[in-house]
Design a protein. Structure first.
Length: 179
């Protein structure tokens, strides 16, 4: 099993930076001029989650944290709160990457949905503890649902668009020792 090359790893990291910049640019465009509207899924977090579950070496925590923190600045979220929660979620998924190699997509999807639910609950709890203004619950719930439903789309785009698949489980030798 050969891991991806260093140059491909850096190209994918730069692609993540470009995608995050494009996503935040689209967020900031005045496309909706009236009240209401649908929230946009958190694509930056989803891309980070998909990539860390496919090949954890591609997504270093410092790059993920920098891009989510940039989103906190640009989208006027409480600085560092969503970043901290997202980094905890990313590192949890990174620790599950070896066991998720054999998971079918629906099980992986459910695991990511659980992590996202805990992330949104953790953010709401932190805002409540510090008596900060909470976003409207219906909008937060809708963003959570849309983010969950966008996960398979990101998985398919990563697999078919970039050719990034899960790492194969190492082969076992005759003595049960992993090669």
């Amino acid at each position: 099993m050969a891991d991806i090359s260093t140059s491909r790893r850096w190209r994918l990291r730069m692609l993540f930076v470009l995608l995050a910049g494009l996503i935040y640019f689209v967020h900031l465009l005045p496309l909706r001029t009236g009240p209401g509207g649908w929230p946009i899924p958190d694509f930056v977090v989803l891309i980070g989650f998909v990539w860390v579950l496919r090949r954890s070496a591609i997504m270093p925590v410092w790059l993920f944290a920098a891009m989510v923190l940039l989103g906190d600045f640009l989208l006027m979220r409480p600085l560092g709160l969503w970043t901290a929660v997202a980094v905890v979620g990313l590192e949890f998924l990174r620790s599950r990457e070896p066991t998720s190699r054999d998971m079918p997509l629906p099980v992986e999807w459910a695991m990511v949905a659980g992590v996202l639910a805990l992330m949104y609950a953790g953010q709401a709890l932190a805002l409540a503890v510090f008596v900060a203004d909470q976003p409207q619950f219906s909008l937060t719930a809708l963003e959570f649902i849309l983010t969950i439903f966008a996960y398979p789309i990101i998985v398919l785009a990563t697999r078919h668009g970039l050719g990034l698949r899960k790492a194969l489980r190492p082969q076992s030798g005759a003595l049960g020792i992993r090669a």
